[in-house]
Design a protein around this ligand. Structure first.
Ligand code: NAD
Length: 443
């Protein structure tokens, strides 16, 4: 295991501060990817908040970065070595929390940026977690179930000193799922000689997962949207909405917004989309996708491309597919009054000023899609108390926590006379830096 840097244990003999991190802000700047986009916003928020330079340097660098080798005997008998990462950006509010992704293109820089994203999300959601992210550089599409299990278990063993219900709690992310969380929980438990369900979230319900977790992100999108409509004094039943992406987040958001009387006039997935000014039957579309795995061939209205969907005349736009869908090149064509970022980073930083200039409100990703991490927190709480709530209980708690998060972000944006996005970052920076000052710097 290689520990690149560790703020908490500065005198640890494995502490190596790489040259590139001796300067503040160890991230590349630019507009080219969502993580860099995020850091552009972080910088702007620090400027508005007038964050002390020392604290800025602290918050811009991760607490700990770990790189491990994962040797696996493949099905054909050859030995392959994969690389695994875990980055703890900050653990000042509590144990760090963040997903694990399996991807052939992932590298430590990406994991580092995603980890800091989690710090801000948890602070805004007011849950007692810091931010982390993990990854294994592999292509799950080319792996058998046995190889996937071996990679997961060896990665977990290599992270035994990092993971823990009181120290660092992983969850699913891109290409990882409930089964992978079950293997992590089992491997960790075997080594601890006891069942430790709280070491991961996003587990199957039967082994300590939470009811309502699957729908939590989409439900959070709905709650945030309703809160925004209320502040804008817009009656939901007179609004129309277009949703890009029809997976976990997009389909549940569309369904729940529709239940609130909002007319869903366009939906899409990677195959393209449909538009119907009279409203799309969302439940029928969900049923179709559960059978066919795609919206293609569903004939839910006039076919539209994903680019066209973003530019449709509507009140609410929910980009819930992937990053960088709205950038400087198409921001001027957006007609929605409110954008709710279901996906992470669907608007790139170069589009922020254009969108704001057009008077479009944006509920930023670190607030809008935090329903998932909030119910992950509720899962962790249930695992620790050993008592499991029914779905209404979970949903009511999520509703309260998301609504409070919206209010505090809204108030911060008013106080600083800025956008909800920068208000969200400022609130998170304020909270983490205040806790940091109270706890003090040890060493
Ligand atoms: P998913 O894989 O379930 O669904 C993704 C959807 O987007 C699919 O319908 C897919 O066809 C569509 N899509 C993919 N590429 C597209 C493209 N180029 N154009 C249009 N549609 C495209 O994923 P998900 O869990 O719904 O996640 C969606 C986004 O939300 C991601 O950015 C993810 O990081 C973010 N997010 C998810 C959660 C969660 O709990 N699932 C939590 C927070 C953030």
């Amino acid at each position: 295991m290689l520990i690149l840097n560790d703020k908490t244990f500065k005198n640890h003999n494995l502490y190596i501060m790489p040259e590139e991190y001796k300067e503040p802000a160890p991230y590349r700047r630019g507009e080219a990817n969502p993580f860099e986009s995020m850091m552009v916003r972080f910088d702007k928020a620090c400027e508005l908040y007038k964050l002390d330079k020392g604290l800025y340097n602290y918050l811009a660098s991760p607490v700990k970065q770990v790189i491990v080798s994962i040797p696996v005997t493949m099905d054909n008998g050859t030995l392959e070595v994969f690389e695994g990462y875990r980055v703890i950006h900050d653990n000042i509010l509590g144990p760090s929390k963040g997903g694990i992704r399996y991807s052939p293109d992932v590298d430590i820089d990406e994991v580092k940026a995603l980890a800091s994203w989690m710090t801000w999300k948890c602070a805004i959601a007011n849950i007692p977690f810091g931010g982390a992210k993990g990854a294994v550089k592999c292509d799950p599409k080319k792996l058998s179930q046995r190889e996937l299990e071996l990679i997961t278990r060896r990665y977990t063993v290599n992270m035994l000193e990092i993971f823990g219900p009181d120290s660092d709690i992983p969850a699913p992310d891109m290409n990882t799922d409930e089964q992978i969380m079950a293997w992590i929980m089992d491997t960790y438990s075997m080594h601890k000689k006891e069942t430790v369900t709280g070491v991961v979230t996003g587990k199957p319900i039967i082994i300590g997962g939470s009811k309502g977790r699957r729908e939590a992100t989409g439900r959070g999108v709905m709650i945030a949207t309703m809160a925004a409509l209320k502040t804008l004094e817009i009656d939901p039943t007179s609004t129309t909405c277009a949703v890009q992406g029809f997976g976990n987040v997009g389909s549940v958001s569309a369904q729940l917004l529709n239940e609130k009387g909002i007319k869903i006039i366009a939906i899409s997935d990677v195959s393209g989309g449909y538009y119907d000014k009279n409203g799309i039957d969302v439940n029928k579309a969900i049923e179709y996708v559960s059978k066919n795995k795609t919206l293609e061939g569903g004939n839910f209205g006039t076919p539209v491309t994903n680019e066209e969907l973003l530019e449709i005349e509507c009140d609410i736009l929910v980009p819930a597919a992937k990053e960088d869908q709205i950038s400087a090149h198409n921001a001027n064509n957006i007609k929605a009054k409110l954008i709710v970022e279901g996906a992470n980073g669907p608007i790139s930083a170069d589009a922020d000023d254009i969108i704001a200039g057009k008077g479009i409100r944006v509920i930023p990703d670190i607030l809008a899609n935090s329903g998932g991490v909030i119910v992950s927190y509720l899962e962790w709480v249930q695992d620790r108390i050993g008592y499991f709530w029914d779905e209404d209980d979970v949903n009511n708690r999520l509703n309260r926590m998301m609504s409070e998060a919206f209010d505090v972000v809204y108030d911060t944006s008013i106080k600083y006379n800025t956008t909800l996005r920068l208000g969200a970052y400022i609130h998170a920076i304020d909270k983490v830096s205040k806790v940091l000052k109270l706890r003090g710097i040890y060493g």
